[in-house]
Design a binder for this molecule. Structure first.
Ligand code: 5GP
Ligand code: ZN
Length: 118
């Protein structure tokens, strides 16, 4: 069983933000912003590549509710899913980072210079 499947089954403890039959949201163990929550489907998908469209629709509604619960829906926030090797995905169970609570940085995502590709 993968790490986040163990979190879903409560075999590994986590700090719950919201939960329903299909989705779970919990605080990231190593927060990178004042608010840093992970939202996951309880069913295991390796990454965003694999989630069916109908489940993704419900996932989106769940994350909208989580942002409201966290009180960041109006101040603003970011949803990030790291996918695969270049995406920097460490845990191979689809998760969305919901980060906010302060003005977030925005900058180059890659060491490679984007100008080299045009
Ligand atoms: P990734 O790099 O795969 O997109 O993100 C994985 C995230 O999971 C990281 O932000 C990391 O801090 C978080 N994380 C890893 N292990 C645990 C854990 O056992 N509990 C919680 N709550 N978060 C974890
Ligand atoms: Zn899993």
């Amino acid at each position: 069983m993968c790490l986040f499947c163990k979190i879903v089954s409560k075999e590994i403890p986590s700090n719950t933000v919201a939960e329903n039959d299909e989705f779970y949201a919990f605080h990231d163990i190593n927060p990178k912003a004042p608010v840093h929550v992970l939202a996951i489907p309880k069913a295991h998908y390796d990454s965003f590549n694999d989630i069916p469209g109908d489940v993704m629709g419900k996932m989106g509604i769940f994350m909208q509710e989580v942002a409201k619960t966290l009180g960041i829906d109006q101040s603003g926030y970011r949803i990030i899913s790291n996918i695969g090797e270049n995406g920097g995905q460490e845990v191979k169970h689809l998760h969305f980072h919901i980060v906010g609570g302060a003005k977030l940085h925005w900058g180059h995502f890659a060491d490679a210079d984007p100008k080299d590709f045009f």
